[in-house]
Design a protein around this ligand. Structure first.
Ligand code: SF4
Length: 197
């Protein structure tokens, strides 16, 4: 199947647009990546805003897009946002690729020409990658509620106590004859001189 890919390049106000020619990069993607399946390429001031997400959703529905690339900020920040926008428009959320031209480009470069070239390279890479994405469905499996904590030092004891306080069964395993780890070997601890045991 020939993919129909939409590319969306975000200004982030002047966060990205101050260093990258966002409109120019979007235009480049629309022209140069056409052969790779790009049928729509747009720039927008704030892509994560509701109008920005609506723009993507509208294109998915009206232009029959099968893959989405968003060039904006770190996936850590907005991957879920754009996946959600795709899902609402009826596209499997895992057919969306978010790449950063903010943290990895505009915020770390001072040469505008180089920043433009790098943005184009990142977007071209994302288009190649998104072609190979496969639609995924969440898998729900029953799990055994008990937890095994290995190591009865202070961290292990604390973890076991917190899990138990949460109402779940927990097994604490320690290879030494007693729990307490290094802490139990100390006499007093700074600064309160409490008895460590
Ligand atoms: S999507 Fe990311 S880069 Fe774009 S406006 Fe929102 S925070 Fe800024």
């Amino acid at each position: 199947m020939t993919e129909r890919i939409g590319v969306y390049v975000c200004h982030c106000g002047s966060n990205i647009a101050g260093m990258v020619d966002v409109a120019g990069v979007a235009k480049w993607a629309g022209e140069k990546l056409k052969a790779r399946g790009v049928v729509v390429a747009r720039d927008y001031k704030f892509m994560c805003s509701s109008p920005g997400q609506d723009l993507i959703a509208k294109d998915i529905k009206e232009q029959g897009l099968t893959r989405i690339v968003v060039a904006a900020c770190s996936p850590h920040l907005h991957e879920k946002t754009f996946r959600g926008a795709c899902e609402q428009a009826g596209l499997n959320p895992y057919l969306c690729e978010l790449v950063s031209i903010r943290e990895q480009v505009s915020w770390v470069h001072t040469d505008k020409a180089a920043a433009n070239d790098k943005s184009k390279a990142i977007i071209a890479g994302a288009v190649e990658r998104v072609i190979y994405h496969e639609p995924l469905e969440p898998l729900y499996l029953p799990i055994h509620p008990a937890t095994l904590v290995v190591g009865g030092g202070v961290a292990g004891i604390q973890a076991a106590l917190e899990i138990a306080d949460g109402g779940l069964p927990v097994y604490l395993v320690e290879r030494e004859p007693s729990i307490g780890g290094r802490m139990a070997q100390l006499d007093k601890t700074y600064p309160t001189l409490d008895c460590s045991a």
